[in-house]
Design a protein around this ligand. Structure first.
Ligand code: G
Ligand code: G
Ligand code: MN
Ligand code: NA
Length: 253
């Protein structure tokens, strides 16, 4: 309960910040985007893990405020990097199922894009399969988002009860292979089969596929061999501060 009280004031007290995890093209190492990951640094509690505060924010409704703050900050950061000489092609932002419960969120997203000046096609919203299956008018809301020009990715793909029939109707561009399938990709035949099936599915539906949680060169090589071109994970970079992105990815003059 105390945590919830603290959480409510976290934004006004400037305790929230974002980390960014690079997404890269496996064969060239080129930066294709980043995923924004929210962090909460409380003066007494220290860094509170998102696995603790996101569920709390979802239960209390604070996720709506937090989600808006994250989106705004992430879009602003794209413009700051641009001004500093770093072009990050895409910003991926996670959306919670709770953010869909109050109706269409496309208006909120459109307002933030207008205010920050970020081009819609440079924003990619990540939703999990549970958002799609558990939201009453998910298809309608996702179509609204598609209509304003933002990209959509299905996060943790393969872990929810995804309906492939549903996938066919959704205007999504990207599937993110959950990191649980990547972990033992070169040793577990089942994980290997699942990863390959997702890559094939993406290919036949003309979706881009990005592997999450890539930690080793072997995993990256396996993915490339099977036609997965994009990856994200500790092998490339942990989630880092905005400043660290500049240091690592800006081309020297
Ligand atoms: O680094 P990691 O511990 O950031 O993230 C843990 C979980 O928190 C992941 O499932 C991730 O999707 C979720 N998460 C991180 N940032 C956000 C965010 O801005 N919004 C939502 N809804 N979830 C987030
Ligand atoms: O649920 P979502 O996919 O949005 O969350 C991403 C989570 O995965 C974050 O907690 C992030 O810190 C974590 N993560 C990112 N790359 C790796 C990785 O290579 N290995 C592991 N174990 N976790 C990772
Ligand atoms: Mn994600
Ligand atoms: Na994931």
């Amino acid at each position: 309960l105390r945590l919830e009280t603290f959480l409510r004031r976290s934004i006004e007290k400037n305790e929230m910040f974002l980390n960014y995890q690079p997404q890269v093209e496996i064969d060239t190492g080129r930066l294709v985007g980043v995923e924004a990951l929210v962090r909460w640094n409380h003066p007494e509690l220290g860094l509170v893990p998102p696995a603790r505060f996101i569920p709390l924010a979802e239960d209390s409704g604070f996720i709506n405020q937090l989600g808006k703050w994250v989106l705004d900050e992430a879009c602003r950061q794209m413009m700051r990097w641009q001004a500093q000489g770093l072009h990050v092609p895409k910003m991926a932002v996670n959306l919670s199922v709770k953010q869909f419960e109050r109706g269409s969120i496309a208006g909120m997203v459109a307002d933030i894009l207008t205010e920050t000046g970020l081009e819609p096609q440079r924003l990619q919203l990540e939703v999990t399969e549970s958002v799609i299956m558990n939201t009453g008018d998910a298809l309608g809301f996702i179509n609204d988002l598609h209509a304003i020009g933002v990209g959509l990715a299905i996060d943790d793909f393969g872990t929810g009860y995804s309906s492939l029939a549903y996938l066919k109707q959704l205007p999504v561009q990207t599937l993110k292979i959950d990191r649980s399938f990547i972990k033992d990709i070169s040793t577990d035949v089942n994980d290997e089969a699942i990863a390959i099936a997702i890559i094939q599915l993406g290919k036949s539906m003309q979706l881009s596929v990005i592997a999450e949680g890539v930690e080793t060169e072997e995993q990256a090589a396996f993915l490339l061999r099977h036609g997965c071109k994009l990856a994200q994970g500790y092998f490339y970079s942990r989630p880092v501060l905005a400043q660290d992105m500049l240091e690592r990815w800006t081309d020297p003059l």
